[in-house]
Ligand binder design. Structure first.
Ligand code: PMV
Length: 327
């Protein structure tokens, strides 16, 4: 059995969102979702199964205890069960971007962990099986197993809920406007649960989301970025509306969020193909075409002097890397 493995995975940004679980234990979502894996915001994770007494976790060089360690250890229990092994593991992970700031670090993190831990445990899993494994760590992580445009089929149980790559005729880019990269006040896990349980708007969003996904896939297939962009923005703002209507309300937005959203609307009025999306945090991601990405980033940076804007393109699938590539 190979005892150590290192993997790299990239963050993905949902174009049609995942928000809310039908089954919390194995992470089955209420809705299917669509995402783009980015070329930036990577996580690099090394997993070594050893004869140590318990699992250990280092994140960007800092030893972790409490909830982060518990979550990783729980995930490793599932890997151990699949592989029929008992050894504990040391896990060391490095993020390119800020952790837990709503910039999809849990997606890249659990995708890299799934690929590294399964290989180190001697499992040989195909893409679908890896996506099902990553899903248990963090739902959105199942989409980071694949590169480019990815659909996560909600399914109804562990076997039928998996991600799959799709061909994308439009070359998309995602600008990340970093309003605030500090840790978010409420985890997406807790925020989702509260929304599902208390928001009177939640069921309406779930219903609409299925139609949004179908319409967005059709728009992408026919090369209609304008229609797809409208759907991406509406779906994300609708998701935030469900949270704002939860009791008590969950509001991730900050003043810089509103300024960025306004700048995106102005850029659109000025003829740029830009549409906003947001996850569980105050940062705004802007979907555009690769051809217009640099122009759109320069335009937004000019309006938002204190909000750094980075350009991300379509990125690759999660993969194992060799000793030499670890860096
Ligand atoms: O994977 P989680 O549990 O961190 O959920 C993330 C959910 C959103 O990022 C808000 C939306 C999505 O589809 O990625």
């Amino acid at each position: 059995m190979k005892r150590t493995a290192t993997a790299v995975a990239h963050a993905n940004i949902a174009l049609i969102k995942y928000w809310g679980k039908a089954d919390e234990r194995v992470v089955i979502p209420r809705t299917s979702s669509l995402s783009l894996t980015l070329d930036g915001l990577a996580t690099r994770t090394t997993v070594s199964f050893t004869d140590q007494q318990s699992d250990t976790l280092q994140l960007d060089g800092a030893v972790q205890f409490g909830e982060p360690l518990r979550r990783v250890s729980h995930f490793l229990d599932h890997v151990r069960q699949l592989a029929g092994i008992k050894e504990h593991a040391s896990v060391a992970s490095h993020n390119d971007g800020p952790t837990a700031a709503g910039l999809a670090s849990s997606a890249s993190g659990f995708a890299a962990l799934a690929v590294a831990a399964s290989a180190a445990a001697g499992l040989e899993l195909d893409g679908r099986a890896l996506s099902r494994l990553a899903r248990r760590g963090s739902g959105s992580a199942c989409r980071s197993i694949f590169g480019g445009l990815v659909i996560w089929h909600a399914g109804h149980d562990d076997v039928t809920s998996f991600a799959e790559p799709l061909r994308c005729p439009i070359q998309l880019a995602v600008l990340v406007a970093q309003v605030n990269t500090g840790p978010k006040p409420v985890s997406s896990r807790d925020a989702m649960r509260a929304t599902v349980q208390t928001s009177p708007l939640y069921e309406a969003w779930v219903q609409r989301s299925a139609a949004d996904l179908e319409d967005a896939l059709r728009a992408l297939r026919t090369g209609d970025l304008g229609r797809a962009g409208e759907l991406f923005e509406a779906n994300a703002l609708g998701m935030h509306a469900t949270m704002i209507a939860a009791r008590p309300a969950i509001v991730y937005w900050q003043p810089g969020t509103l300024r960025t959203l306004a700048a995106v609307r102005e850029a659109r009025d000025a003829g740029l193909p830009v549409w906003a999306t947001m996850d569980a945090g105050p940062n705004v991601k802007v979907i555009t075409s690769v051809e217009r990405a640099a122009e759109a980033a320069a335009w937004l940076s000019g309006r938002l002097e204190d909000v750094p804007v980075t350009v991300n393109r379509c990125g690759p699938a999660a993969r194992l890397i060799s000793e030499d590539e670890r860096g």
